[in-house]
Design a protein around this ligand. Structure first.
Ligand SMILES: C[S@@+](CC[C@H](N)C(=O)[O-])C[C@H]1O[C@@H](n2cnc3c(N)ncnc32)[C@H](O)[C@@H]1O
Length: 291
C-alpha cells in the first residue's frame, strides 16, 4: 500500500482527509505524547499490559503484532519488557513512528490493518489491537478480523480492546449532547460507535475460538487515582477529535465554548459518580486451521 497523505486542518490540528481515511484523531506530532501518556493510563485502567495467557511464552520468545500501533507506546513497552520476543507494529500513519530509541526487537511497518496486513499467513503468536473505534468502518471491521485470522498462527491469540460508548449518554445531559454529536460524526464516516460490545460476536463469527469478553468498569473523573487515569484517557481523546464535532454542533466552532462543554462533562461525571467501561476480547485461532 502507499501511505495516505491527504490531510485536512481544523482548529490548528491536522487530520486525515475523511474521504480517504475515516480515522478521526489527529495525525500531527502533538498527538504522539498524548498516545504515550494514554498508554500509561490504560495500563492502570485495564489492569496491566495484556490479558491473553502468554506471559511465559513472551518471556521465552514469540512473534507479536501490534495492529494499529501508532507511535508504538504498547509495542515499545512490551519490547523493552520481553526481550526474547519480536514485536512488529503496523500503522497507516508512519509520521508517528519514532526515529530513534527503538530496541532491536521492535520493528515498524506501514500497513493497512483492514486491507492487507503485510505479512504471510500464520506469522504471529499474538496480535494486539487497541482503540480502532474511531478508525474502521463496518466493512473494514469484517476484513480486519479476516486479516488478523490469516496472519495469526494456529493456536495463537488475538486481543482486541475498545471503549464502550453505549453508556456515555446516560452520564447526564452534557455528556449526552457530546456523545450524540460523536455518534453522528462517526456514523457519517461509516465507523461504529458501539464496536466494543460487538467484538465478542464478531470474533466468533470470524472463526476464532475460546472467545472471552473481559468487561472492565472503572470510576470516571472520581475515585482517586483511577478516576484521574480515566479522565485523561477519555477527555484528552474528546479534545483531540473535538474540531470534527463543530460540524455537528455549530456553537462548538468557538473552541472556548467546546472546552467549557467538556469541563461541564467532567464535572457531571464526577458529581454523578459514573463508571466508564471497556471490552477486552481475547480469542484463539483453532489449532487445526493452517489458514
Ligand atoms: C487511537 S490510536 C491507538 C494507537 C495504539 N493502538 C494505542 O493503543 O496506543 C489508533 C491508531 O490506529 C491507526 N489506524 C487507523 N486506521 C488504520 C488502518 N486502516 N490501518 C492501520 N492503522 C490504522 C491510526 O493511525 C492510529 O495510529
Amino acid at each position: 500500500m502507499s501511505e495516505a497523505k491527504q490531510y485536512t486542518t481544523k482548529n490548528g490540528r491536522t487530520y486525515h482527509n475523511e474521504t480517504e481515511v475515516p480515522y478521526m484523531l489527529p495525525t500531527d506530532s502533538k498527538e504522539i505524547p498524548r498516545l504515550f501518556r494514554q498508554h500509561e493510563a490504560l495500563k492502570g485502567i485495564l489492569d496491566g499490559r495484556f490479558k491473553a495467557p502468554l506471559q511465559d511464552k513472551l518471556e521465552a520468545g514469540i512473534t507479536v503484532l501490534d495492529s494499529g500501533c501508532g507511535p508504538g507506546a504498547w509495542l515499545l513497552d512490551m519490547a523493552n519488557t520481553y526481550k526474547n520476543s519480536q514485536f512488529h507494529g503496523i500503522d497507516i500513519n508512519t509520521d508517528h513512528f519514532l526515529k530513534e530509541g527503538i530496541p532491536a526487537n521492535a520493528h515498524f511497518v506501514l500497513g493497512d490493518l483492514a486491507e492487507n496486513i503485510p505479512y504471510p499467513e500464520n506469522t504471529f503468536d499474538f496480535i494486539y489491537q487497541r482503540l480502532l473505534i474511531l478508525g474502521l468502518t463496518t466493512k473494514q471491521w469484517e476484513s480486519n478480523l479476516q486479516e488478523l485470522y490469516r496472519v495469526l498462527k494456529p493456536g495463537g491469540y488475538i486481543e482486541l480492546s475498545e471503549i464502550d460508548c453505549t453508556i456515555m449518554h446516560t452520564y447526564g445531559h452534557f455528556f449526552k449532547k457530546l456523545q450524540e454529536a460523536t455518534d453522528i460524526c462517526q456514523r457519517a464516516r461509516g465507523t461504529r460507535p458501539h464496536i466494543a460490545v460487538e467484538l465478542f460476536e464478531r470474533a466468533n463469527k470470524a472463526g476464532f475460538i475460546n472467545v472471552k469478553d473481559n468487561i472492565i468498569s472503572k470510576p470516571f473523573c472520581h475515585g482517586g487515582e483511577i478516576g484521574e487515569l480515566t479522565r485523561f484517557h477519555i477527555i484528552s481523546a474528546h479534545k483531540s477529535f473535538g474540531p470534527h464535532l463543530a460540524d455537528i454542533v455549530p456553537e462548538w466552532k468557538e473552541d472556548d465554548v467546546y472546552q467549557e462543554h467538556i469541563k461541564n462533562c467532567e464535572i457531571e461525571a464526577a458529581n454523578n459518580k459514573v463508571y466508564a467501561r471497556w471490552n477486552v476480547v481475547t480469542a484463539q485461532k483453532p489449532i487445526d486451521k493452517a489458514k
